[in-house]
Design a protein around this ligand. Structure first.
Ligand code: DAK
Length: 270
């Protein structure tokens, strides 16, 4: 059964909080609620889920970049929406779980391009992406403790895995914000670039990945993610099988032949 393709740009034409723009095989998604510093209200995360669904379905999309505004990637979940809720409310409705999980299940490579504040759910959204590219102005934090709660979308788990216990505890228990340089030193972000180069750099990285053999990219992404879910020996076994599987792709033969014959590889994505 083939799934009907839906152009993510067309889907985003009906969205208020997500702008989508195509840069060849890369789709650039911009969070568009700058008045509230891109606070991640329910409608925004639902729209993001719909657009990501469409990017997954569209074979012509090879990678995704998510960015925000100059002042804020996203200042967290919407505190005004959360404030009146009780335990029973959030527990019974499994509060915002379904609309928050999509970025972490996307199979295509997905890059967060962060400038300004990435706080609470904003930092968690960035960490759900495969890698974070930060502008010099980026500030990361898990300030939930300052408003009487704790991180709820991976801030105690993905952060601890990314930067270790002591730094994660520092951020989660004090709510302290860190700047881009510290985030890079900690291994939270992959690269720091000048603010004005943020989007072009993130799109360039996404394009570079998009131009490799698609099956190899997906196998590699799946293998790295496996490291966070399993023991070393199981992870290595998984990696070995994925490595063997790469030899069932046309990309393996093409990439190696191109190297040997000193020419550029032309991947068929098969
Ligand atoms: N929610 C709602 N509105 C926000 C907001 C937020 N997180 N952050 C900023 N805003 C709004 C402000 O209320 C203000 O609106 P108006 O007053 O103009 O109507 C506008 O954005 C501009 O903000 P400020 O006036 O505060 O701007 P400043 O430059 O003075 O300060 C700031 C910037 C980022 C330092 C400050 O806005 C701030 O501290 N914001 C809150 C940061 C925060 O505490 N974030 C964590 C929220 S808790 C889960 C999934 C996710 C989550 C939990 C569970 N599940 C899947 C279960 C996530 C939780 C969180 O993120």
């Amino acid at each position: 059964m083939t799934t009907k393709q839906q152009d993510p740009i067309k889907v985003a034409e009906n969205t208020e909080y997500i702008l989508a723009e195509r840069r060849d095989s890369v789709v650039l998604l911009t969070l568009n609620r700058s008045k509230a510093l891109n606070a991640l209200c329910d409608s925004l995360t639902q729209e993001l889920t719909e657009v990501l669904d469409a990017t997954e379905r569209d074979d012509s999309v090879a990678a995704v970049v998510i960015t925000g505004s100059a002042k804020a990637f996203a200042a967290g979940a919407d505190i005004k929406e959360m404030q009146p809720k009780t335990f029973v409310d959030v527990y019974l409705e499994d509060f915002i779980t379904s609309s928050w999980e999509r970025p972490s299940t996307v199979r295509k490579p997905i890059i967060a391009a962060v400038s300004g504040y990435a706080l609470g759910g904003g930092a968690e959204l960035a960490m759900m992406c495969d890698l974070i590219i930060a502008a010099e102005s980026a500030k990361f934090g898990q300030p939930e403790i300052t408003i009487g709660i704790l991180p709820g979308a991976g801030g105690t788990q993905r952060l601890a895995r990314a930067v270790g216990k002591s730094k994660a505890m520092d951020m989660v228990l004090t709510g302290r914000m860190i700047d881009a340089a510290e985030a890079e030193r900690m291994g939270l972000v992959a690269r720091v670039v000048a603010d004005e180069e943020l989007v072009s750099e993130a799109v360039a990285v996404a394009t570079k990945i998009a131009n490799f053999s698609k099956p190899a990219v997906l196998l590699a992404k799946e293998s790295v993610n496996r490291a966070f879910e399993t023991t070393l020996s199981e992870g290595l076994r998984f990696e070995r099988r994925m490595f063997h599987a790469a030899f069932a792709t046309e990309g393996q033969n093409e990439g190696m032949d191109a190297f040997i014959n000193k020419r550029e590889a032309r991947y068929s994505d098969r």
